[in-house]
Design a protein around this ligand. Structure first.
Ligand code: PLP
Length: 387
């Protein structure tokens, strides 16, 4: 049973012995993990209670998507993100990553290519290989301390065989929450080049910048909605990623049919505990999420104070993308490991010289991580890596 005080964000919960991927990676070492996008906070009590209530039934058999979940999701999408979607547009999935791959299978004809701005959440970069497509990677560019799409470079990189654009918004790992103007430009770009769009919006409720707002790109206009597969889940926001429940919103009936055919027999159904948890999450209007966001802002400010200009502002997500190229180290991730700090190295994301810091953890753990980071930065400069 979860104790009430374990649900406070300050409470450190020992995850060792639970086979938590985040901590298992460094089992038997003194390295503290700040890598995979999974928070070191308990899920909120209303979710844990919903799981417990479902468990009381005793039978955990194959389960159809509950009507309550569909309604909860529709209401959530309308309430929080201003987009009304009918039930028939929805395809439920055990994860967002399977959804990205199925999106590629649904649109990809042989010999085509997929356009992917980088750096990006690394499973994106494996999608073209999974569906026998070429991969076209185009770097995001830094403009006034903000990572932006380079539409000229994107336009030059794609050709008539390019079929799909993969978008991460809010963007993992740069923490951008794209503006309406940027999303409109991207929608126009996709329409001009005849591209389908897969938009992974899993971090949409984790907007930290009080001046930013998440906009589902497919909600901009029917023309772009017709060419878009949007992916959502409550997993990141409520820290239930191990349960596995996500949903694709696909307005175009033909595209949805292709997606369902690609899914059949390949992707498993969702389990009843995940359904119960997601239903509770999408109905949440409590103060838990505003408090979480406030807590994350506190951790973010302390990280920003330490690394300064090496990091661009994080508008959304609990992930910071930090440029350590001034240290002149080939593998900054491995270098930081040696200081007991387990971050994600930038290379798999397409960002060598960078690291990604997951700052979703209790303050005391954050303090220990920041102390180690400070030591590593000081040492890196002292030994002249910065030349
Ligand atoms: C952008 C993004 N998409 C998808 C996922 C994973 O989604 P799922 O576990 O539902 O497959 C993550 C997890 O870090 C993510 O950051």
């Amino acid at each position: 049973m979860i104790e009430a005080d374990q649900t406070e964000f300050d409470t450190e919960i020992d995850r060792r012995g639970t086979f938590a991927s985040k901590w298992e990676k460094y089992r038997g070492t003194n390295v503290l993990p700040f890598w995979v996008a999974d928070m070191d906070f308990a899920a909120p009590p209303f979710i844990l209670n919903a799981i417990e209530a479902r468990l009381q039934h005793g039978i955990l058999g194959y389960t159809e998507t509950p009507n309550d979940l569909v309604t909860a999701f529709q209401n959530w999408l309308r309430r929080r993100h201003g987009w009304s979607v009918p039930e028939e547009w929805l395809v439920w999935l055990p994860g967002v990553v399977p959804g990205i791959n199925l999106a590629a299978k649904a649109v990809a004809a042989p010999g085509g290519s997929i356009l992917i701005p980088t750096p990006v959440y690394h499973p994106f970069l494996r999608v073209p290989g999974h569906v026998g497509q070429a991969s076209i990677k185009v770097q995001l560019v830094l403009c006034d301390d903000r990572w932006e799409m380079d539409f000229d470079a994107l336009g030059e990189a794609c050709d008539e065989d390019t079929q799909l654009f993969l978008l991460s918004n809010p963007q993992n790992p740069t923490g951008r929450a794209y503006t309406r103007a940027e999303l409109t430009a991207l929608a126009d770009f996709c329409l001009q080049h005849g591209l389908y769009l897969c938009s992974d919006e899993i971090h949409c409720d984790l907007v930290l910048d009080e001046n930013a707002r998440h906009i589902p790109i497919a909600s901009l206009a029917p023309e772009i909605a017709e060419r878009t597969i949007s992916l959502f889940a409550a997993n990141k926001t409520y820290n239930i990623p191990g349960l596995g429940c996500a949903v694709a919103v696909i307005p175009n009936a033909k595209l949805r049919g292709n997606f369902l055919s690609a899914k059949a027999g390949l992707v498993h159904d969702i389990g009843p505990l995940a359904f119960a948890a997601s239903t509770a999450a999408f109905t949440d209007t409590s103060q838990w999420l505003p408090k979480l966001l406030e807590y994350l802002r506190g951790n973010l400010q302390r990280l920003q104070a330490l690394v300064g200009k090496r990091m661009t502002p994080v508008e959304a997500t609990y992930l910071a993308w930090i440029d350590l190229s001034d240290l002149g180290i080939d593998h900054p991730g491995a270098y930081l490991d040696s200081f007991g700090l387990g971050l994600s190295d930038g290379v798999p994301f397409g960002g060598p010289g960078f690291v990604r810091f997951n700052f979703a953890c209790p303050g005391a753990l954050m303090d220990r991580g920041l102390q180690r980071f400070e030591n590593a930065l000081a040492d890196g400069q002292k030994v002249g890596h910065g030349d």
